[in-house]
Write a protein that binds this ligand. Structure first.
Ligand code: ADP
Ligand code: MG
Length: 254
């Protein structure tokens, strides 16, 4: 079994079945991409994995560390080591990026060890500094209020910094369609490339082929109408870039 196993996952939204039996395994050290046209259910998959209450799982399992995480609260899923990139559309005046990250790290430590007093400030400062250097971020960023007046690119940077600080075992990045300009694509792909390694599995969900030229995933999956219809290596993304989704649509037309 893979480190994260999605088995026969069916999900309904507003009484309509959107995901119709998704099977997918992700191991630490692997980078997977799910591609698909708009409206095929990509975000539904990330929302269901994350535990969004509007996304009703009617069948199937998501197994991580021997547990069906669908039975857990979203924060419990995160504390187990699954990172789900929220877009954090709300700004939090008065809470700096650094404070926010420290709270997130402390929540994770406390969940794993109730005796934990959280990360000591000097250790946190060191960690934050090293992660920001790794991601080539300006250290003044940590002092800014979370998402207040952030550009799309800065929000992405915050998301990647959060991923770096939390050191998840599985990271899921849903590149929603809006507001991702070329700079934001670069930020996300550079971040993933810097952080990818044997300790982390990554799932990048996207409808842009472009980002995959920068990230070069190990595995590519194509989702059409709530199902993964093809899986392969990077060449699958290249084929899609050449031919678009039309050939696959015809091949798999219901
Ligand atoms: P993708 O991310 O691939 O573009 P989505 O998962 O966002 O696709 O959407 C798949 C389908 O589910 C679409 O038809 C969309 O309208 C519907 N859907 C998604 N979220 C909701 C929601 N909260 N309420 C109603 N319909 C939704
Ligand atoms: Mg989407």
């Amino acid at each position: 079994m893979s480190d994260l196993s999605i088995n026969d996952l069916h999900v309904s939204v507003a009484d309509r079945e959107i995901l119709k039996g998704i099977n997918l395994g992700i191991n630490k050290g692997e980078v997977h991409a799910i591609m698909g046209p708009n409206g095929t259910g990509k975000s539904t998959l990330s929302n269901a994995i994350m535990g969004h209450p509007n996304y009703i799982v009617t069948q199937g399992q998501v197994i991580f560390k021997g547990k069906n995480i669908l039975e857990l609260e979203p924060n419990e899923r995160a504390q187990m080591g699954i990172f789900l990139a929220f877009q954090y559309p709300v700004s939090i005046p008065g809470v700096t990026v650094a404070n926010f990250l420290r709270m997130a790290i402390n929540a994770k430590r406390k969940a794993n060890n109730p005796e934990s007093h959280g990360i000591p400030i000097p250790e946190f400062r060191k960690l934050l500094k090293s992660k920001m250097e790794l991601l080539e971020m300006d250290t003044s960023f940590g002092g800014r209020y979370l998402n207040e007046g952030f550009s799309g690119g800065e929000k992405k940077r915050t998301e990647i910094l959060q991923m770096a600080a939390l050191e998840p075992e599985i990271a899921i990045l849903d590149e929603t369609d809006s507001g991702l300009d070329i700079d934001a694509l670069r930020i996300v792909s550079d971040g993933v490339n810097t952080l990818r390694g044997p300790g982390m599995g990554v799932l990048v969900i996207t409808h842009y082929q472009r980002i995959l030229n920068y990230i070069k995933p190990d595995f590519v999956h194509v989702m059409l109408d709530g199902r993964i219809v093809e899986s392969g290596g990077f060449e699958l993304a290249e084929q899609l870039e050449l031919h678009g989704y039309e050939l696959l649509r015809k091949k798999y037309a219901a």
